[in-house]
Design a protein around this ligand. Structure first.
Ligand code: BV8
Length: 234
C-alpha cells in the first residue's frame, strides 16, 4: 500500500496560492479570522466571502502534471494507492485520482449546522441561505476543517499509515498537525518515507527526498517507481 499525503504545494502550479509561501493566502488574511470556528462566529460574512472567492478560483485552475501522475500511479497499481490531501480544491479528482480523502474538507461542499448534512455547492454561499436538506435558514457553513476542529476520516488514515509500505509527502510544509505527524507514524510502522517538495521540511524524518516543482518532480518519480529505478520497491 502506498499512502500519498499532499498539501498546497501540489496545487501551486495550477495557480492555487499556498498558505505560507511569500505570496501565500495567510499573507492576505489572518488565519484566526478565516480558518477558525471563532473567526466564523465573529464574522460569518467575512469567512463565507473568503471561501466564495477561493471556490470561484477553482474554475480557472486545472490539474497539473503532478495530479495526473498520481492518477497514473493509481491506475497502474489498482487498490494500492491512497491519496490523503490537506487541500480543499478538487484538482486531484479532476486529475483522475479515485481513492482520495480530503482530511481538511472541500471547497465544493457545505454543511448544515442544524442537520449536519454535507452537500455539494458550486456557486457562492450566502449567510442566510436555506439548507436544502432540512430547510433551516442561516445555518450553512463551508465544509472546511478549521483550526481546532478534528480532521476528517482520521481512523481510516491512521489505519492506512500503519499498514503502508511506502509513504510519500508532496507539497506540504509539515506545519499543520495531525498531518505533519504522518511521516513519523509511517516511519514507525517501517514504511519507506519519501518527500517530494520544493525544499526539505523535516531533515531526519524522510528516508528519501527529491526537491523541485511538483509538476516536474512527481511525474518523474512515478515513472521511476513504476520502472523499478528507485532504491526501494513497492
Ligand atoms: C486539530 C483548512 C484537534 C482551511 C486547514 C499538535 C497536535 C495536534 C494539533 C495541534 C498541535 N499543535 C497545534 C495544533 C493545532 C493545529 C495546528 O497544527 N496548528 C499549527 C499551525 C501549529 N491543528 C489543528 O487545529 C487541526 N485540528 O488538531 O484538532 C482536535 C482533537 C480532538 C477534537 C477536536 C479537535 C486542524 C488543522 C486543519 C486546519 N485547516 N485548512 C483552508 O484550507 O482554507 S490547514 C491548512 O494548512 C491547509 O489545509 C493546508 O493544506 C495546511 C497545511 O499547509 P500546506 O498544505 O503544507 O501548505 P503550506 O503553504 O504550509 O506549504 C506549502 C509547501 O509546498 C511548502 O513546503 C512549499 O515549499 C511547497 N511548495 C510550494 N510550491 C511548490 C511546492 N512544492 C512543490 N511544488 C511547488 N511548485
Amino acid at each position: 500500500m502506498i499512502v500519498v499525503l499532499t498539501g498546497a504545494g501540489i496545487s501551486k502550479e495550477s495557480g492555487f496560492a499556498t498558505f505560507r509561501d511569500a505570496d501565500g493566502l495567510w499573507e492576505r488574511e489572518r488565519v484566526e479570522d478565516v480558518a477558525t470556528p471563532e473567526g466564523f462566529a465573529r464574522d460569518p460574512d467575512k469567512v463565507i466571502a473568503f471561501y466564495n472567492r477561493l471556490r470561484r478560483g477553482l474554475a480557472a485552475a486545472a490539474p497539473n502534471a503532478a495530479h495526473t501522475a498520481l492518477a497514473r500511479l493509481e491506475t497502474a497499481l489498482p487498490g494500492k494507492v491512497l491519496v490523503v490531501t490537506q487541500n480543499v480544491d478538487d484538482l486531484h479528482e479532476r486529475g483522475g485520482t479515485k481513492d482520495l480523502i480530503h482530511m481538511h474538507g472541500e471547497l465544493l461542499k457545505m454543511q448544515c449546522r442544524t442537520c449536519r448534512e454535507v452537500m455539494d455547492i458550486h456557486a457562492d454561499m450566502g449567510r442566510e441561505d436555506v439548507c436544502p436538506a432540512c430547510g433551516a435558514a442561516g445555518k450553512l457553513r463551508p465544509h472546511i476543517v478549521w483550526f481546532g476542529e478534528m480532521p476528517l476520516e482520521m481512523e481510516t488514515i491512521e489505519e492506512a499509515l500503519l499498514g503502508c509500505s511506502l509513504f510519500v509527502s508532496i507539497g506540504t510544509s509539515g506545519t499543520v498537525y495531525p498531518a505533519a505527524g504522518f511521516a513519523r507514524l509511517a516511519k514507525a510502522a517501517k514504511a519507506v518515507t519519501v518527500e517530494l517538495n520544493l525544499e526539505p521540511t523535516a531533515p531526519g524524518v524522510f528516508a528519501f527526498g527529491t526537491y523541485g516543482p511538483a509538476g516536474t518532480v512527481v511525474p518523474t518519480w512515478v515513472d521511476d517507481l513504476l520502472a523499478g529505478r528507485l532504491p526501494y520497491r513497492l
